[in-house]
Design a protein. Structure first.
Length: 57
């Protein structure tokens, strides 16, 4: 089990043919947001931060 202070540290992983990178999110955060598997999200870059929000029609 990860040390408590390291539990939100993640690694980027190459996906498929290497043109995309994947990142896992802590399950506690996903559960608090009420997100489910295969849910669509919007990813935006703001300066040096990444914003991930629920996709809404």
């Amino acid at each position: 089990m990860r040390k408590l202070k390291e539990k939100n540290i993640r690694k980027l992983t190459k996906m498929g043919s290497g043109f995309s990178m994947g990142l896992t999110l802590p399950i506690e955060i996903i559960q608090k947001l009420g997100w489910k598997e295969h849910q669509k999200v919007v990813v935006k870059l703001r300066g040096k931060e990444i914003i991930i929000k629920d996709w809404q029609k």
